[in-house]
Design a protein around this ligand. Structure first.
Ligand code: CS2
Length: 510
């Protein structure tokens, strides 16, 4: 089979959608930092549809990988072309996929190999938007407070090496410094990560670092560049070798770097752009004045339940989300968690039927064609828990409301951190704070006194771990929180995941 490439594109099988415009006419208007699967399955196809609809070719994408060269190495021989496979199952349960080849990616850079080119791209006059999907840990912030972690090794490095930054915030600040020096117009910095008020958060971090570099630069960024907040939603599992093979067969050309995702896509973004934007509403995006209620909805409902499901499932040995949600007790737990504990905390959104939203979410989780690994969602818990679960918990505690289901999710994380599932199989803890957390876990295990009542032992364990302020902030030392989580840790430890989920359902039904 030939390799996917502009010269072979005409040979792709007829059912495959493909760019039907002159890719050479694309200019680079967007520099995207963090060229993972999510951006290629969300931003890029929406952007492509918008460009085509408006015949506006100013918005080609330069994608930047922050660490590994694998994406560039795979995509350069394909001139940036790749396949998006949208997968689900029909009503009878038969898996199906819809394939499109995406052409919006015009350039692929690897930041550590070529920091100067990345900085030059951010500074280039044609660049109007710098967008980001760098995951929670890419922001070098304190997860509990959102402030810049000025002691982060990458930030310390960047202040000493303006020519070759490592952090995202460093690239943005020094790229904007060049832009400012060249008297080029300001641009938009657009975070697409699962963080609350992601634009405001990014703005705070960029202005903090810029202030340490040059107060004049800080002033220019603060008064001329914009940082719209956004909510993005599409489940995009990691691509496997088997996916690469099957997608290549399905398009009739070898694609070394396809992506896959679910049919569902949502994107709500504040219409606050310093230098214009494509009309992404052509492909379903919604422009709003305030994205906050949409972010809270998505982070708490989709990501909160995703994380709850992931930690419990890793412990129970359920490898994929659809396998986990097929367990009746898990489905009941996630449904009840949304309805009884999360939904009542959400800001009102006109026209939104929350019950329907929850039903659709359960159906999305049940998608059997995605094979979304629970171990993948479980990664980086220290960066995810605050906005996914802890905010909801804080509000419910403040209002004197029960938190049993949320406490089980936190308990599952605290047990998960011990690194062994119920079959005693070890798994790695992938988390930027893994070292600190493993010290905390060891101390918490040591704090247990085997001569004491089991619940008291688990209370000591939970009190010690939730005392870790970078994650738990002011929840540390909250007795109601500690006690509710300890009850669930005890359940998980003594009865296991399945029986704990069953018991939760029964307790509720009583
Ligand atoms: C997931 C998200 O990996 C994770 O932590 O919860 O990537 C999730 O699939 C997306 O946010 C859905 O929009």
């Amino acid at each position: 089979m030939d390799r996917l490439h502009p010269d072979t594109l005409a040979r792709a099988l007829p059912a495959v959608d493909r760019p039907r415009y002159d890719r050479d006419a694309l200019r680079i208007g967007i520099v995207h930092l963090g060229l993972g699967a999510f951006a290629r399955a969300h931003l890029a196809p929406v952007n492509e549809a918008a460009m085509v609809q408006a015949s506006d070719w100013r918005w080609g994408i330069c994608g930047v990988s922050l660490r590994q060269p694998d994406t560039r190495d795979a995509l350069a021989p394909q001139d940036g072309l790749y396949t998006l496979a949208i997968r689900d199952a029909d009503a009878a349960g038969a898996k199906r996929e819809q394939l499109s080849i995406i052409g919006a990616l015009r350039e692929t850079l690897v930041a550590p190999d070529d920091p100067t080119r990345v900085l030059a791209r951010i500074a280039a006059p044609d660049t109007r938007i710098v967008s980001l999907t760098v995951t929670e840990k890419g922001y070098c912030h304190h997860p509990a407070t959102g402030a810049l972690n000025a002691d982060h090794p990458d930030i310390v490095h960047d202040l000493l090496h303006p020519e070759s930054p490592r952090s995202i915030v460093g690239f943005i600040v020094y790229g904007l410094q060049r832009r400012h020096a060249a008297k080029s117009p300001p641009l938009t910095l657009m975070s697409l990560d699962n963080l609350p008020s992601n634009g405001k958060l990014l703005r705070g971090l960029v202005l903090d670092l810029a202030g340490r570099v040059d107060p004049g630069l800080q002033e220019w960024i603060g008064t001329t560049c914009t940082f719209p907040c956004s909510m993005v939603d599409r489940i995009v599992p990691r691509t496997t070798d088997a996916d690469r093979e099957s997608i290549s067969r399905a398009i009739g050309l070898v694609d070394a770097w396809p992506v896959l995702g679910e049919p569902f896509l949502d994107w709500v973004i504040e219409d606050d752009f310093a230098a214009g934007r494509p009309d992404w509403s052509a492909a379903g995006a919604r422009f709003v004045t305030d994205a906050t209620p949409y972010e809270v909805l998505k982070l708490r409902m989709v990501n909160g339940t995703h994380s709850a499901l992931a930690y419990l499932s890793v412990l129970a040995g359920w490898r994929t989300v659809d396998q986990a949600i097929a367990q009746p007790a898990m489905r009941r737990y996630i449904g009840t968690l949304m309805r009884d504990e999360i939904a009542p905390t959400l800001p009102a959104l006109e026209g939104l039927d929350l019950a329907q939203y929850a039903e659709r979410l359960l159906a999305r989780f049940a998608n059997p064609a995605l094979q979304h690994q629970t171990g993948q969602i479980a990664m980086d818990g220290s960066q995810k828990l605050p906005q996914r679960l802890l905010g909801t918990i804080r509000e419910r505690l403040r209002d004197g409301l029960p938190i049993d289901g949320l406490a089980l999710a936190v308990a599952a994380w605290l047990v998960y951190l011990q690194g062994r599932d119920e079959a005693h199989q070890a798994y790695p803890i992938s988390d930027p704070l893994a070292d600190a957390l493993s010290i905390e876990v060891a101390a918490a295990v040591a704090a247990r006194d085997a001569t004491e009542d089991p619940l008291l032992q688990d209370t000591r364990y939970v009190a010690r771990l939730t005392g870790y302020r970078p994650v738990f902030g002011d929840l540390s030392g909250n007795d109601r929180f500690v006690n509710a989580v300890a009850v669930q840790v005890k359940q998980l430890r003594t009865r296991g995941v399945a029986a704990t989920l069953e018991a939760l359902g029964t307790a509720r039904a009583d």
